[in-house]
Design a protein around this ligand. Structure first.
Ligand code: SAH
Length: 254
């Protein structure tokens, strides 16, 4: 496992104290790459105070204005959530999930996303993830403090650092790099356009089609070559649709 390939991404954090608490939780467990997406208040004295001897993690934190920017180069993205969502996604506990992240981190950039204190991650943010992680809790109160949730996840990663060996998964042996988030987003845009062109997707009533297709592709994980093949198929499909539409609108038989 390469802890340096695993980043913790905090989305829209309200309380700077929590950001400091996260930095400390990370450094205690040997992680150092912190990304802050549009934090409400940062830098801040409270963050430094709570970080204690992990101020270096705060100083090195990368601040971005969008989630896309923070994870553009990642091939494996995990979203954390305190509750179930409308479209169920593959859901793992921290221990199972740490194993998957540890294997991926050998060759890939991995991100774990943590949401806002008041309302977590949005459905759209959860949809960019390969997996969802839920920390098992009492049914009476399932929402942990942000820094404590980060602590649990980082602890499970730490435990694997000292483990004798990681499972030999198919992903670990794969010969072609998996697609990055940025390229997957380009693919989804292209796919959506094409589905509208062929009139499979009605933009006026899209329902959950794109969410379901995202779930399908994040479950199999496309490599760069597979992604290029699919993009090629979409481009050709669009060409034929254009030809068909041009001849439809041409002079009719009269
Ligand atoms: N009320 C929010 C909870 C926000 S807690 C909600 O219902 O989603 C802030 C963040 O801490 C969450 O977005 C998530 O990243 C993390 N978190 C808190 N409790 C968690 C749990 N039980 N499992 C996984 N992540 C959790």
């Amino acid at each position: 496992m390469k802890l340096d390939n695993i980043r913790i991404v905090l989305v829209n954090t309200s309380h700077p104290g929590n950001i400091g608490g996260v930095a400390r939780a990370m450094k205690n467990m040997g992680l150092s790459r912190l990304y802050l997406v549009d934090p409400r208040q940062f830098p801040d004295e409270q963050a430094e105070w709570r970080a204690a001897s992990a101020v270096d993690v705060l100083e090195d934190a990368v601040v971005t204005s969008s989630l896309d920017e923070a994870i553009a180069d990642c091939q494996f993205v995990v979203g954390t959530s305190a509750r179930g969502r409308r479209i169920p996604w593959p859901l793992l506990d921290p221990r199972q999930c740490a194993e998957r992240m540890a294997v991926a981190s050998e060759k890939e950039q991995v991100a774990v996303l943590f949401g806002r204190e008041d309302r977590g991650l949005t459905n759209d943010e959860l949809k960019v993830c390969n997996l969802h992680l839920n920390i098992p809790t009492s049914a009476d109160y399932s929402s942990l403090n942000l820094a404590m949730a980060v602590q649990v996840v980082c602890y499970e990663l730490r435990m694997l650092l000292d483990a004798p060996s990681l499972p030999a998964t198919e992903d670990a042996e794969w010969d072609t790099p998996f697609a990055t988030r940025e390229n997957m987003e380009r693919f989804y845009t292209h796919l959506e356009e094409t589905l509208v062109d062929v009139e499979f997707l009605d933009p006026a009533a899209p329902r959950q089609l794109m969410a379901r297709l995202r779930r399908l592709y994040s479950r199999v994980r496309l490599d760069e070559m597979e992604l290029n093949i699919l993009r090629g198929i979409l481009t050709e499909t669009q060409k034929w649709v254009r030809k068909a539409k041009a001849s439809d609108s041409g002079p009719g038989p009269g």
